[in-house]
Design a protein around this ligand. Sequence first.
Ligand code: UDX
Length: 444
Amino acid sequence: MTHRLTVIGTGYLGATHAACMADLGFEVLGLDVDQDKIARLAAGDLPVYEPGLEPVLQRNLASGRLRFTTSFEEAAEFGDVHFVCVGTPQKQGEYAADLSFVDAAIDSLAPHLKRPCLVVGKSTVPVGTAARLARKLAERAPAGADAVLAWNPEFLREGFAVKDTLHPDRIVVGLPADAEAATLAEKTLREVYATMTGEGTPFIVADYPTSELVKVAANAFLATKISFINAMAEVCEAAHADVTKLSEALSHDDRIGGKFLGPGLGFGGGCLPKDIRAFMARAGELGADQALTFLREVDEINIRRRIRMVDLARELLGGSFIGRTVGVLGAAFKPNSDDVRDSPALDVAASIRGQGARVTVYDPQAMPNARRAQPALDFGPSALDAARGAHVVLLLTEWSEFREMDPHALAEVVAEKNIVDGRNALDPDHWRAAGWNYRALGRP
Ligand code: UDX
């Protein structure tokens, strides 16, 4: 049977999910409370930078399979499967996740649900949320118990959102305890994801709390892997060893693997930092905080990398930033994204500016977001402009444009040939041969 889908919340996750599901042939209605966002999406204008997503959006708008609305009533009328894709940011001044958007989505949708349907949560939530929302849904929906909730965490990465949505590593589905509701929910989701399972993607069925935990456990593991190699970088610095060689050697052990073992400035973005914090907060509420104390260390190792970067830059400038000029390459939290949420690059740039340097930043895609987040910084229209007159250049986000930079061309514009490679993205021999004082985190 073919289903009509709604996607509630059209941020990164929702916009991608809506466009990709329409591309698979479903009729999809995207909903957001932000009128501007909806107007832009309906016009085929993607509010975020995500390689490959805009054409998918545009061709499905043109075919009529994809539409957008701000009306929950229209969404309830239209769909028989409703995906909840709203954000769960970190609460101000706390570790816990802010669930107000998830609750608001259910509160707004439920009163309009008059016939049997499936509501599918995709947002990253603290364990226990699905069970609570299921009770709320049953209470508030006129369809009552015929409005069933399932939990289906999303693992997409920014920069690879289309590929990750259409070809996921696995599909995880958390089902209600009631057997009849669970069977119906599983059948519906198997139909929705038939293309993926047909390609051999594992379809893992679990209960609500396990499915919620899969997502945060995956992100905790990835964050731990990055902080592990960055802890090794700290030891390498003290021992005059090279963490990039160490990482390469470790990666050949199948049991370890090379992914997420890239040493450097560490992780940022809208997911890993806030997810590990929310995970610790939730474990505390459950009386299991001891199990996750190591995540506090993972977080601290990660933050120490940013401090070390600032210290290294200051050291290269003879101990003070006052009156000095610093060129910063990169503002996004990672390449192929315009996202600056908890960006290590912007954090370092702002800290150096705060210590008295003149800081000029360039990023291939994230300039508008970076300007909004850090208006006190200066911005240049190119890498050469950001580096002009600099006493030290910092490479903080490893865009391929920076990896391929010509050290001779950059040398022409700087005041002093000092470079710190915060992502271990450059070839030290190449840069040293061009007369640069090359430094990196975790390397002699
Ligand atoms: C992450 C998860 O990968 C994804 O599964 C989840 O759904 C959301 O969170 P994302 O935040 O898009 O995705 O970025 P990711 O590619 O995981 O990178 C996270 C951060 O780790 C970036 O700041 C990146 O620079 C850093 N990183 C990654 C490293 O420092 N070293 C590495 O080896 C890999």
